[in-house]
Design a protein around this ligand. Sequence first.
Ligand code: URA
Length: 188
Amino acid sequence: MPSQWPALVREISTCHACEELAATRQKVVVGDPAPAVPARLVFVGEAPGAQEDAAGRPFVGKAGQLLDQLLADAGMSRAEVGVLNVIKCRPPNNRRPTPAEVAQCRPYLQRQLALLQPRLIVALGLTAVAWFLGRRTTLAEARGIVHRIGDYKVIATYHPSAAIRFGPAGAPMAALRDDLAFAARELV
Ligand code: URA
């Protein structure tokens, strides 16, 4: 973990910039840094859900369990990757983060990425994909290529929650598997 990480964690953990989120959250979910810098791989999701809000850690609920399984299937492990979110507090009732919340939280993710210096980023779902691409897009359009965004290489894929929603035989599950295999090949 980078030496400046703990100070950034303290800063994010005490943030009250979004009044509604600060009032309704249990814990700020700062995210898991990668074990070493430069990080090999960093995942970026949307926002904490109920289980993450209770635990204070990203992707520990059903979506996280699926992510762990798919990572293992692609020959990687959660311990070797960083896991972050676009916003750090749970939106009430799991609503989508508002554009104002995304904008308010933007410097935190920017600073996290600057500290971790990932070789490759996998953006999970449209909120994260749009965060990097800076525009609305579709996953069909954004998948399958490595986007060069400033200093970063970014792969776009489905959010694991979409794969759960469409089931094991659904298109998002197959796409996630393919895209994680693509990410693993990029890292060789
Ligand atoms: N969904 C996300 O986007 N992030 C989490 O941390 C958990 C679920």
